[in-house]
Ligand binder design. Sequence first.
Ligand SMILES: [Fe+2]
Length: 576
Amino acid sequence: MLILGLNMFHADASAAIVVDGEVKFAIAEERLNRHKHFGGFPSLAVRACLDAVGAHLSDVDHVAVGQDSDANLVKKVQYALSNPAKILNFIRLRKRKEAMRDVRLLLAKGLDIDSGKLRFQEHHLEHHIAHIASAYYCSPWEKAAGFSYDGSGDFVSTMTARCEGSEIQVLDRVFLPHSLGSFYTMICEFIGYTKYGDEGKVMGLAPYGKDTYCHEIERIVAAKNDGLQLDLSYFKPLGSNQGMQVLPDGTVRLARHFSDRMEELFGEPRKPYSEITQRDMDLAFAMQHRFEQIFFHLLNGLHARVPLDNLAMAGGCALNSVANGKLFDNTPFRKTYIQPAAGDEGLAIGAALHTYHSVLKQPRRHELRNSYLGPEFSDSRIQSALQSAGLEGRKLDRNALLEATAQQIAAGNVVGWFQGRMEWGPRALGNRSIVAHPGLPNMKDVLNARIKHREWFRPFAPSILADHQHEYFEHDHPSPFMLHVYKIRPEKRQALCAVNHVDDTGRLQTVTREENLLYYDLISAFHRKTGIPVILNTSFNENEPIVCTPEEAVDCFTRTRMDVLVIGPFIVQKAI
Ligand SMILES: [Fe+2]
């Protein structure tokens, strides 16, 4: 049975293909059309999914979309009526959404085939159920508490659920405008981070701040018995676009979230790219602190209703790896499964798996243990990409390649590492990564100056052999998708100085043989040479979506000051 999952006309448009209950391939459209966070129709992603399993669109039995414009309609209408200025906007958006609901026509047009040939059944699933489904159905568990939170989706910002067998039973929703994600976005915007997806950057800024504004920021969002409540005087009305707009070319734009009240309390908002002041850092600190408090409150409330060890979680806010790393100390949950594509691209697999299990009543059978769901490329394609760029790669066998790469990393060189299938989700996890020595004091500056050009305050992440996690980190819960931040043990901070953040933490990826054998063996080879079972891992890109094809990797290598490219079996050293 073939099920195609879609996230479309929403940020991070994507597609996934599920064959007999197993996710075989999944990809965000941005990786193919190179338009970051693309929010249009994912026609390239759909084509890639079908090609990967050798199917045609006419073979597809079900198409599932992680969005349902009819969900929570009463709440939407109530909100529009209480904000009369927004009613016209509301009607316009409803009409646009209606046009987007004709999935058959959209797919036929996107793939240029006759819609009469399509026989699939169509399913629309509420945004947050799709998020929870994306985590729970990929987890190894038969029972779990389900949690999803983000800015907004189908007029909801937070959902809790009881997950058991094939069923997801929704317990509670927090409706807009109340949203922990919007709270975070609003303050990010106020301190000059105004683009969709900037929240992750500001999370790295927060530990540079002090608790100066914690008391003031606390007032903006309150913990309630049934969830959370914003003080709306700090916010501009979100409108029926729920604070986010997708332009006709697929660009995702955020509306201004903060009201004049923020300015009265904290002064002028920071202009993007201007100097970051202590005030901005202190606001970031207070924001992250309050976010965590409310997050733990919500999880503790969920645990009271679903008293299990297991938490299956997704939604854009679930990418807050700092909060994730602290949840074991602040809630009774003992195990997490956080979907690697916790943001909205993950809706595609959530909708597809929900159709398989909940709608079609098929038993659970699939655990998603790694994130390598994207395309891979043959050695001959890689070789021709190198040749086209005038590069000559030395072809090595597996052991020689690992030894040579580990040697380069140990010598302090910056290595582009392109292997196997591309990762699903926003993190590079050892197949489309730039890797480097984690213990060289200048490595962060080198990476930023030569390749990444990131904000000075953003940390780089460590990949660690899972068997050594307890020696280096204060927590031993695994973090296979780089979605937890833990304290680094004091005696190891020097050895990991290039990945040790200002608060002595690291957003680690734990690597096992089962999840990625080649990457595991690379870290092992580096370990043998240096005594450190860790390498620095950052995404293979330069202010663009992560590279997908060999040509993009070669292009990124040639245009930046990366020292070495290891791509498939080939190693290329840049001529100096
Ligand atoms: Fe979402």
